[in-house]
Design a binder for this molecule. Structure first.
Ligand SMILES: Cc1cc2nc3c(=O)[nH]c(=O)nc-3n(C[C@H](O)[C@H](O)[C@H](O)COP(=O)(O)O)c2cc1C
Length: 180
């Protein structure tokens, strides 16, 4: 295990170490679907974050990847479009209110980081937060807008009453770290 970083949160030094993806207990059904995460893109010059509960991890094109889906109206999409990298940040249950807030307010209207008391942490040209317990850093590989004509199961179109079809992104996992 490689020690990535020591830094202080509230006076306590926190160590992040790399996660061995082949050995780690990373359950996307729980981590994404139940616990949720923050998708963040941008850097010191500007970034945005939003909550996500759809997506997954796996292997594609012989690379370890995540898949995320972002609706066109999200401010975070602007930062993902402009960035080569993005992060998925996972939190302990005590941060649930932060995830609810970041999933119900747009960065267009409010400074979510300030309201939630999040501390940005910049790495690999992208952004996560010191409060995260696990972070996956991703390099954008692929983006495609969901085409309504591609749905075989047509009932799923009910997810899009406003025809705001997600843009799907596949990102290569270039680093995964956890607090120890
Ligand atoms: C639990 C939860 C999961 C969400 N998952 C997604 C998602 O996967 N994709 C998406 O586009 N929006 C999702 N949202 C909605 C965005 O997080 C929300 O619209 C947010 O305010 C967008 O912020 P932004 O405009 O600053 O990017 C989710 C919201 C919640 C509460």
């Amino acid at each position: 295990m490689v020690l990535i970083q020591n830094f202080k949160i509230g006076g306590v030094i926190v160590n992040f170490q790399e996660i061995d993806l082949l050995k780690a207990d990373l359950n996307p059904f729980k981590m994404v679907g139940k616990d949720w995460c923050l998708i963040t893109a941008g850097n010191e010059q500007g970034f945005n974050t939003m909550t996500a509960s759809w997506g997954g991890f796996g292997v594609m094109w012989n690379k370890n990847v995540v898949t995320i889906v972002i609706r066109p109206q999200r401010k975070t999409l602007e930062f993902i479009d402009e960035s080569g990298y993005f992060t998925l940040s996972f939190f302990e249950e005590k941060h649930r209110e932060t995830l609810k807030f970041c999933g119900s307010h747009s960065g267009r209207d409010v400074d979510k980081v300030e309201v939630c008391g999040l501390t940005p942490f910049f790495l690999d040209g992208t952004t996560t937060f010191e409060q995260a317990s696990k972070v996956i850093v991703c390099k954008k590989l692929f983006a495609q807008k969901i085409d309504p004509k591609s749905f075989i199961e047509k009932s799923l179109l009910s997810n899009y009453p406003n025809e705001d079809y997600h843009i799907a992104f596949v990102g290569e996992i270039i680093k995964a770290v956890e607090v120890i």
